[in-house]
Design a protein around this ligand. Structure first.
Ligand code: ADP
Ligand code: MG
Length: 576
């Protein structure tokens, strides 16, 4: 076959294939245009999973009548004049591709009245074919109606999911934009029924309550600002995160924005999840909306056809900013993850554990003590007072919590946090005595590290050795591990070491660097959530916990246990 130039309709359809993947991409592009136009009210209505109809109405700046044809032609934009402008881009659009692409694969009506114009004008494109522009009555702002999406692209139609799934994808996109733009009043309607209407009052938490419901909204905490010393230069993270009691089985409730753009990013998601760390059970994920601002020159927004991914010049710093902000926010919780006293009828709602994680009432988390204690020159005295009575182990729940009873009621013990506390105190004692138990590796392990990890190893090599990890550098980018603390035998050593280095890279949680390294090593060499334990292993663990100085909090200060007192049991069952 000879080489021929494609006709413009074909070119349009091919281009549309990239930009408009599915109905949700069209809805997203239209909402982004409305935001770029400075709208303070945006109404979205969809029918038939978005293929029947998507309508987006805004009260933004509008489009002047003589500009309407341009708005619909390819590579025409009011947002960019030269490629270099991308370095200072403040708008979401810049390619001038969305409207013509949607117009190539749908029946599109664009109606707009620019500020100050007497009347509105309407332009129509039907499957790539433009019609005359005509005056029409219209409110100030812009309305775009997209009907019969992909009707001329049967292949694309075939690959769409069922309408309810496509609807859910659109809803998720509109929710994300409504959450990240609390100053804009969003209204979403599906099949003629209102889904939500935000106030547009600028309050991110009120938007969260409206969009996600009061369960989530009330557990949301505004992201804490960072101290001078913790701040990451050039990166600002705002938004909110939910207390760990509100969590999900997927990562879909993690919403990330960069310079107003909704993005997916594994590194940032990982940084967020790492900060929740042992607060969530294995397989559960946080609920959060984090909006990141960086200088536009520090991010390349032109790397993905639907702009769903961006590339940072320095992704590590951005991740660090996220991790620190999340850490700081979680640290402000009344008691990590749990209320001081959770009686539902006392109106203490904000941090009440959700039913899926704990019984609704009655559990109390004893105030954690013994956080980040400095090492004294004396070995901490052993068992001077029993903070915890002798407990009888009854079983294990969710392969994560040990259920035990004692004279004072019933206890739920977090096996990971408990073991972490035991190891941390053991380190404290042994460090002073100079004899942390280590085991030489028969086959020394060689681990390749990232440059940041190498830097942390160099900074911490002495501390790690004191805690049982004998490490030597092995070339520029690798280390060889010659011995490890006994508690880590049998687990994936490179993985554990990377976790320790990763946490230390965030700054460390202790009073001194040795203390920070001890906290991290205790955390990442201990039993994990989700690990089934035998009765005797649980007994052993609880016995060791009973003998610690501060059995009720791990090295990070999170509670190791919840207690339901005898008194409370009797009250709840109406015996008293
Ligand atoms: P881009 O957003 O990349 O510029 P689009 O194809 O999405 O490209 O839109 C083309 C142009 O049409 C925009 O640059 C803008 O000037 C105008 N436009 C589109 N939607 C709106 C709107 N809702 N309000 C005002 N102007 C709009
Ligand atoms: Mg656009």
């Amino acid at each position: 076959m000879a080489i021929r130039q494609l006709d413009s309709l074909t070119i349009g359809k091919i281009a549309a294939g990239e930009v408009i993947e599915r109905p949700a991409s069209a809805a997203k592009e239209l909402v982004e245009n409305a935001l770029d136009a400075g709208a303070t009210r945006i109404r979205v209505a969809i029918e038939g999973g978005g293929t029947t109809r998507i309508e987006v109405v805004d009260n933004g700046c509008g489009i002047a009548p003589e500009q309407l044809p341009l708005a619909l032609s390819r590579h025409a934009t009011s947002k960019l004049s030269a490629f270099e402008d991308l370095d200072s881009l403040r708008t979401l659009g810049f390619r001038g591709e969305a409207l013509p692409s949607i117009g190539a694969v749908s029946h599109l009506v664009l109606r707009s009245r620019a500020a100050g114009e007497e009347t509105g004008y309407q332009a129509v494109v039907s499957f790539g074919d433009s019609r005359q522009i005509a005056p029409v009555a219209a409110p100030e702002g812009t309305t775009v109606v997209v009907a019969d999406l992909f009707e001329n692209v049967p292949a694309r139609r075939k690959f769409l999911r069922k309408p309810s799934t496509e609807t859910a994808a659109i809803q998720r996109a509109i929710e994300a934009y409504a959450l990240a733009n609390p100053g804009v009043a969003f209204h979403l309607e599906i099949e003629g029924r209102k889904v939500f209407s935000t106030q547009g009052d600028g309050d991110p938490l009120s938007a969260a309550v409206t969009v996600l419901g009061s369960d989530v909204g009330n557990a949301a905490m505004p992201l804490a600002g960072l101290d001078e010393s913790a701040r990451v230069e050039g990166v600002r993270a705002t938004g909110w995160i939910c207390a760990p009691s509100v969590n999900r089985a997927t990562r879909r409730s993690i919403v990330l924005f960069v310079n107003g753009r909704w993005i997916q990013n594994r590194t940032l998601t990982y940084a967020l999840e790492e900060a929740y760390h042992t607060l969530l059970m294995v397989g559960r994920h946080p609920v959060a909306m984090i909006s990141i601002e960086v200088d536009p020159s520090q991010v390349d927004v032109n790397v993905h056809p639907t702009k769903a991914e961006v590339k940072f010049v320095d992704e590590r710093s951005v991740a660090r900013a996220v991790a620190r902000a999340v850490h700081a926010t979680l640290a402000t919780m009344p008691q990590p993850g749990v209320p001081r006293i959770a009686f539902a009828d006392q109106g203490l709602v904000r941090f009440l554990p959700q039913p899926q994680s704990l019984p609704q009432t009655g559990w109390i988390a004893p105030a954690p003590v013994g956080r980040f204690e400095p090492y004294s020159s004396e070995p901490p005295q052993q068992i001077i007072r029993r903070d915890l009575p002798v407990l009888r182990v009854l079983g294990q729940a969710g392969a994560t919590y040990i259920i035990a009873e004692g004279p004072e009621g019933i206890y739920l013990i977090d096996q990971h946090a408990a073991h972490e506390r035991i190891l941390y105190e053991r380190f404290q004692t042994k460090l002073v005595a100079g004899e942390v138990e280590r085991q030489p590796m028969l086959d020394p392990v060689v681990i390749d590290l990232a440059p940041e990890e190498v830097a942390i190893v160099e900074k911490s090599i002495d501390e790690l050795r004191q805690l049982g990890f004998e490490i030597e550098s092995f070339g520029d980018q690798s280390i060889v591990v010659r011995s490890v603390p006994t508690s880590v035998i049998g687990s994936d050593i490179p993985e554990r070491i990377r976790l320790i280095l990763g946490e230390l890279a965030e700054g460390g949680a202790g009073n001194s660097w040795l203390d920070s390294v001890a906290i991290s090593v205790a955390c990442h060499t201990s039993i994990r959530a989700g690990q089934t334990l035998s009765l005797s292993e649980m007994r052993e663990l609880v016995q060791q916990l009973e003998q610690t100085q501060h059995p009720r909090a791990c090295g990070h200060g999170r509670p190791t246990m919840l207690q339901l007192t005898q008194d409370e049991l009797e009250k709840q069952f109406g015996r008293k």
